[in-house]
Design a protein around this ligand. Structure first.
Ligand SMILES: Cc1ncc(COP(=O)(O)O)c(CNc2co[nH]c2=O)c1O
Length: 396
């Protein structure tokens, strides 16, 4: 049996979404910017896709949603656009983000630091969550942007976006949220959250890879990342991937329709898997169980190196991860777990399981059996592990 439990890395394209995309490869293949019928033939479904995206995040008609290649491009567009407009050509020179953002945010901020920008990386509490008041404590007169994720990709922890939005609005500071791990898992309402910019990727909610979106609140201007065409009103040059845009729109429609299923059935299967693993001695949920996306659990298994666990699971058909795929190639301690203040041993023992609406009870039962056998096998061959519950700090 094969069981895919790495949905925070990417998801299967919903077959319904795939069928919606198919006509735009060999039938309605015109360039949407062409004036002839072949181009115009793409417009109805593109407009429908935009309608699904706008309603899916409760954007107002006057707001902008720009189709980009992925969340990484969306995030770069915001952070570098604000840098150009507010810092290089303005009187600001400070950006606030958190220590547990995805590398798309932290690496872009590091680049800006190399260009002389001051960046504050806010710490998270023992549960891996940023407390809204810390944003208020660090906002300065020259703060150009606050960028905080809606949900953490490794722990699933949800951040106080509405409160942070209120703080930024009151301070007159632009607020961006990376909602990549929130769309399709929890309700996302940009108007309620006082958000100025928001980023997401379709492949996180059963849409195709290689397409994402940037939400821009009405009235906000930002210098584009890509120049050279009038697509997206000049806000993102380059011919639009029509099939992927249509796929992302329909995936958003289905994602919103399935939020209740995520909150009930997917959560039930996640909780079942988590409870079974926690029956194993010396295991702990990193960040705690509260206030999380319904599909994610990051569990530390003392004495079991995360990568060894992944290899063993993979040998038995189960796919999981130790955290963000873009960070999993190296054997460094998990930066998110480090941010919690975890000790170095614990930071190497995290395994992330992230479910979706396509997982079944039978798959979870099989995965539980495989996981328990893998832990026994790996602990038995470990040169450093000896069951000593009194010695293990079950903090976090
Ligand atoms: C919170 C967050 N932001 C941005 C990205 C980048 O998305 P992309 O541009 O579509 O690649 C990811 C991908 N996160 C992960 C990719 O693999 N495992 C993950 O957890 C993410 O989880």
């Amino acid at each position: 049996m094969e069981v895919y439990l790495d949905n925070n890395a990417t998801t299967i394209v919903d077959p319904i979404v795939y069928e919606e995309m198919r006509p735009f490869f060999c039938e309605k293949y015109g360039n949407p910017n062409s004036l002839h019928r072949f181009g115009a033939g793409t417009h109805p479904k593109m407009m429908e896709a935009l309608d699904y995206l706008y309603s899916g995040i409760n954007a107002s008609d006057d707001d902008d949603i720009i189709i980009v290649s992925n969340a990484t491009e969306s995030i770069n567009t915001v952070i570098k656009g604000v840098w150009i407009d507010q810092i290089l050509n303005g009187n600001k020179n400070h950006i606030i983000t958190s220590e547990v953002e995805h590398p798309a945010v932290t690496a872009t901020c590091k680049f800006l630091e190399s260009q002389g920008v001051s960046v504050t990386y806010l710490p998270v509490n023992e549960n891996g969550v940023l407390e809204a008041h810390t944003v208020k404590d660090f906002i300065r007169d020259d703060t150009a942007l606050v960028s905080i994720m809606w949900a953490n990709n490794e722990t699933g922890k949800l951040f106080p976006i509405k409160e942070i939005g209120e703080i930024c609005k009151e301070a007159g500071v632009l607020f961006h949220s990376d909602a990549t791990q929130a769309i399709g898992k929890v309700p996302v309402d940009v108007q309620e959250a006082n958000i100025d910019f928001m980023s997401f990727s379709a492949h996180k909610f059963h849409g195709p890879k290689g397409v994402g979106a940037l939400y821009i609140k009405k009235g906000i201007k930002i210098t584009p990342l890509l120049h050279g065409g009038e697509q997206m009103g000049g806000k993102r040059a380059g011919t639009v991937d029509v099939a992927s845009m249509v796929g992302m729109g329909f995936a958003m429609k289905l994602a919103v329709e399935n939020l209740e299923f995520e909150a009930t059935e997917v959560k039930r299967l996640r909780d079942k898997l988590e409870a079974a693993i926690l029956e194993i001695p010396e295991t702990v949920v990193i960040g705690g169980k509260e206030n999380r996306t319904p599909n994610t659990t990051l569990i530390s298994i003392r004495g079991v190196e995360g990568e060894s666990m992944l290899w063993d699971l993979n040998q038995n058909g189960v796919g999981a991860s130790t955290g963000s795929a873009c960070a999993s190639e190296d054997l460094e301690a998990n930066p998110v777990m480090n941010a919690f203040g975890s000790d170095s041993e614990l930071a190497h023992t995290g395994v992330r399981f992230s479910l979706s609406r396509f997982n079944t009870e039978e798959q979870i039962d099989y995965a539980i059996d495989v996981i328990k056998k893998a832990v026994t096998r790996l602990r038995n061959i470990s040169s450093s592990y000896a069951y000593a519950p009194s010695s293990h700090k079950c903090g976090l």
